[in-house]
Design a protein around this ligand. Sequence first.
Ligand code: NAP
Length: 369
Amino acid sequence: MTPFPFSQSQRGYTPPRPIKVGVLGATGAVGQRFVQLLEGHPWFQVTALGASGRAVGKTYGAAAGWRLSADVPEYARDITMVEGKPGPEWDCDIIFTSLPAEIAGEVEEEFAAAGYKVFSNSRNHRYDPDVPLMIPEVNPDHSNMLAHQQKGRGWERGFIVTNPNCTTIHLVLALKPLQDAFGLKKVIVTTMQAVSGAGYPGVPSLDVIDNVMPHSFDEEEKVESEPLKIMGRFEENDPRFEEALFAVSATCTRVAVREGHTESVAVELGRTATIEEVAAALTEFEAEPQRLKLPSAPLHPVVLRTEAHRPQVLLDRDSENAMATVVGRLQKCKVLDYRFLLIGHNTIRGAAGASILNAELLAAQGLII
Ligand code: NAP
């Protein structure tokens, strides 16, 4: 697949000028994905890259410690790294952030107050009542909160949009078609998450090789609560997010996989459905990014595999440019209604690709320039 599957001529929207973007946290596991995915982007032009103090003043090529399979993209190699504070060196409309949670909250607010559109990967602002937690296929209307966020916080042009945890994104992409078609009552999920989800250098090899590690408590809390905000309703008259009413029970583990999360899911639906109906809901799922033909949108956000041995993280994580959630092993469940296995790329659709798609959606909604 080409990196941008829909052509510009198919799209209804083209920005009036290139949209200038910066990446803060550009040397990290997610930051390197941003730099990779933004190469040749039809709307976005990278004008600034930043990381911690140790990188400031170096070229990106020298500072990155590049760990992805292809080389550092040519366009980024000679960009001089800047400090993570708003200022003229951040000549951008958008800042994509992938910072440790210890510092992300405050830094992102500083950038938004200074007029930047901030797209965050960190957990800090995900539950703020005025901050959208977005997946473009699921809740594109939640961006309507941004006018209220700006008014409430006194920010004239800037705002903060967050994307969910890498595990939540793939779970919700698979649940949304089921919620739309049948309603949802209960979800039980057990995850087997890749080590790159912990950033670089991440989990010590001696802890994870030959092992399956229970995840920290707050990962399970995130996977249980984020879907309810994302799949809930935006209440325009009394601006707030009304949470969805189904319940999620999550057990999260870390396994010795480099990239790609696997999730074993069981669901109780709101009404009776045949397995053919469930399969059709998943395969026919198409949403706003596909209708708008956004540059990074997958042609199919959910791919259903019917072979007994799929999905496998090694074989399926790159499906649809690593922007799809791949579901398989769909079968009746003896406890709830249906169960299935899903896999999804954690640093692409689960992080950098998710932020970029959010920014493309907001650009097409006229909220960037
Ligand atoms: P990471 O590999 O540890 O990268 C962290 C980045 O932040 C590096 O570029 C680092 O720069 C930079 N940084 C650290 N301290 C800084 C400071 N004081 N000022 C400016 N930059 C600073 O982490 P990651 O996995 O990319 O995760 C980043 C965020 O995304 C986290 O909040 C994480 O929870 C979230 N997230 C991660 C994933 C994933 O799959 N990895 C998925 C979804 C969300 P130096 O290289 O200079 O230290």
